[in-house]
Design a protein around this ligand. Structure first.
Ligand SMILES: C[S@@+](CC[C@H](N)C(=O)[O-])C[C@H]1O[C@@H](n2cnc3c(N)ncnc32)[C@H](O)[C@@H]1O
Length: 252
């Protein structure tokens, strides 16, 4: 029987609001710290070019936004958006702690703004990179989220999606699904008690979300081109990168 996962904005916001205080700790614990590596790979494979700003949507506690800010050595302005204010407060705290240890040239801003990924408060064609890590799966309307990300991306810019996927190897996939279904929800619920069964939601939302070629096709359907996807750590996560078509100059 397939389970229909409730991704209504109010439910998702309440869930992340409730677990926000434990989110980082559990993220690193349950992934064995490999999530750091996935973000590290993302900012290298989809590296900043030039000086145009970067946007990280569904930024949560801001780790990918912080990774881009650090990668650009603070010389590129980075914005993180999310619709759960409790997550953003933690992101701001981490930014302030990192800013306190900076030396040398003044760093460009890292700003966090409360916004729904389906209605981003930015003009068209603003950002050289629009990224999302483990967030797209939670957005109620995936296509709308992808189209909004593309809308605010500059022509010739890139959209990077880092998301859970399932390992290609059958034995690994079996082991991973057992861990995901039986171990992770118990540890998660024990350490981050919440009304919304967040750590049951996680495996359910991952198993019903498209991955690999299917998600790459959705990105093409949203209007992206040159879409590539790279499985990471036996395919537990996948990094997708798509380009926004460059403006074609019309003959006079
Ligand atoms: C699993 S967390 C990922 C956070 C962060 N990107 C990371 O890599 O750890 C998902 C985040 O997406 C946010 N989110 C889900 N749907 C959203 C939407 N429609 N608009 C904005 N944020 C959303 C949640 O509030 C949550 O902070």
């Amino acid at each position: 029987m397939s389970v229909v996962v409730d991704k209504s904005g109010a439910r998702v916001r309440q869930m992340f609001g409730e677990i926000s205080g434990r989110y980082d700790f559990l993220n690193h614990l349950l992934s064995g710290g490999v999530d750091y590596y996935w973000r590290w790979r993302t900012v290298r494979k989809c590296a900043p070019r030039g000086t145009a700003p970067i946007l990280d949507v569904c930024t949560g506690t801001g780790d990918l936004a912080l990774a881009y800010w650090t990668k650009a050595r603070g010389q590129i302005a980075v914005t993180g958006t999310d619709f759960t204010p409790e997550m953003l407060r933690i992101a701001e705290k981490k930014r302030d702690e990192r800013a306190a240890s900076q030396t040398g040239k003044p760093w460009a801003d890292l700003t966090f703004i409360e916004a729904d990924t389906q209605h981003l408060p930015f003009d068209n064609d603003q950002f050289q990179i629009v990224s999302v890590a483990f967030g797209l799966r939670n957005v109620s309307d995936t296509m709308c989220g992808l189209q909004e990300m593309l809308r605010v991306c500059q022509p010739g810019g890139r959209v990077a999606v880092l998301e859970f996927s399932l390992p290609g190897n059958a034995v690994l996939r079996w082991l991973y699904l057992k861990y995901f279904k039986y171990v992770l929800p118990r540890i998660g619920q024990l350490l981050a008690r919440n009304q919304q069964a967040a750590y049951n939601y996680l495996p359910a939302s991952v198993s019903e979300f498209p991955y690999g070629e299917q998600l790459a096709q959705l990105m093409r359907d949203a209007g992206m081109q040159q879409v590539t996807w790279t499985p990471l750590t036996f395919g537990i996560a996948t990094l997708y990168i798509g380009e926004k078509p460059a403006l074609v100059s019309q003959p006079a």
